[in-house]
Ligand binder design. Structure first.
Ligand SMILES: NC(=O)c1ccc[n+]([C@@H]2O[C@H](COP(=O)([O-])OP(=O)(O)OC[C@H]3O[C@@H](n4cnc5c(N)ncnc54)[C@H](O)[C@@H]3O)[C@@H](O)[C@H]2O)c1
Length: 355
């Protein structure tokens, strides 16, 4: 007999819930969606149409009052209420999947991590970039030891605008601190930083950062920063003003380097010195390959399927606060230190060890 799928509710049925999460749930053997809450009437109509038979609520509180048959909630609202909703759901005894950033302050992130531990329920942050095929390919390359231990990474995320939320609610919420908690750093920082933690195999100890907020806006559209790790350095450039949509990552190791540009991977390995080369000159052997990862699909539906399997496994194995949740907390600590550095003339900020 196939075990029943775990039942969940989406809270915040906007762009990512509809175009990213829902298609992945529809193909999941482990998870299904039976309820939705959204404060916007037009979005509730979209949800009712997209998930026939689902219970639909105006507020997350109403949904949680009726949560008897639920196993988990999926928090897909903008960041301002992530922590509030996650905490309330954990207190109801539900597991929680939460979109990035897990919270907008370190204090809020700690509160929900503590709540998950107290309640014995899973808190699972969305870290879908880990599941992009090209990132999986980089992980496999690193595991072969081909380029040796990585000591330096650069991570650039270029966009021609901020992403827009659904038009029925507030498409421009990413430009309002009260909803977003910050600008491009709050929006893309999480994906950027958890990849840096993975590639450098440690957590950062300090950061120096600079940001630009254009006149008339209260969130930044450009972020540059350099984080120091016990194992190396990560240099980050995030912007909504690049005129293109692209990610470029480079990883520099002891014996070679990897460059990722959307679907393209280029590997350079230090080879034998060229017989006719100048003494001491390094010879590089280059290899390139393509790994289709659908970077242009902002919904990233394919990546969510693989991530949802990990969420289901965490629930099965009662891994309540695992590595993903700890990484999400460290992302918020790093972001907070970056904002402090940027508002203090880019002065290097130490990242206080987690209490
Ligand atoms: N992991 C990814 O690749 C990825 C991609 C896009 C967005 N996101 C994240 O997903 C979240 C949502 O982003 P989006 O682009 O889908 O936004 P969106 O504006 O399209 O959707 C947000 C939805 O939440 C609803 N909402 C707002 N406040 C609410 C509340 N208090 N209670 C219930 N519903 C509420 C709105 O009515 C709207 O339907 C953000 O945290 C964002 O960072 C992640």
């Amino acid at each position: 007999m196939t075990p029943r799928r775990r039942r969940g509710a989406i809270i915040g049925f906007g762009f990512i819930a509809e175009k990213g999460h829902l298609p992945a749930y529809a193909r999941s053997d482990e998870l299904e969606i039976v309820a939705v809450a959204d404060l916007c009437a037009a979005r509730r109509d979209v949800a009712a149409h997209a998930i026939p038979g689902a219970r639909i609520y105006e507020s997350y509180a109403g949904l949680l009052r009726d949560a008897g048959d639920l196993d988990f909630v999926d928090v897909s609202t903008p960041p301002y209420v992530h922590a509030e909703i996650a905490r309330a759901a954990l207190q109801k005894g539900l597991h929680v999947l939460c979109e990035k950033p897990l919270a907008t302050t370190v204090e809020d992130a700690r509160v929900i991590i503590d709540e998950a531990l107290r309640q014995g329920r899973v808190l699972f942050p969305v870290e879908n970039y880990r599941h992009a095929p090209v990132i999986v390919a980089v992980r496999q390359l690193l595991a072969t030891g081909l380029i040796g231990a990585v000591h330096d990474v650069t991570l650039s995320t270029f966009r021609n605008t901020h992403a827009r939320g659904v038009k029925e609610w507030n498409a421009g919420w990413r430009r309002e601190t009260r909803y977003a908690g910050g600008g491009v750093a709050m929006d893309h920082g999480s994906h950027t930083f958890y990849l840096a933690f993975e590639w450098l195999r440690s957590y950062p100890t300090s950061i120096t950062a600079k940001m630009r907020t254009p006149p008339g806006y209260d969130t930044e559209d450009t972020f540059v920063g350099t984080a120091t790790f016990p194992t190396g350095m990560a240099s980050v450039h995030l912007t909504w003003t690049a005129g293109i949509r692209k990610v470029i990552y480079t990883l520099h190791g002891e014996r070679g380097a990897i460059r990722v540009e959307d679907d393209d991977i280029e590997v350079a390995v230090i080879g034998e010195p060229h017989p006719n080369g100048a003494p001491g000159r390094t010879a590089w052997e280059m290899k390139t390959k393509k790994v289709a990862s659908e970077w242009m699909d902002a919904g990233h539906a394919a990546w969510f399927r693989s991530m949802f399997r990990n969420f289901a496994t965490a629930m099965d194995e009662r891994e309540h606060v695992g590595r993903p949740a700890m990484d999400a907390l460290r992302c918020i600590e790093l972001l907070t230190a970056a904002y402090q550095s940027a508002s203090d003339g880019s002065r290097e900020r130490r990242i206080l060890p987690m209490g």
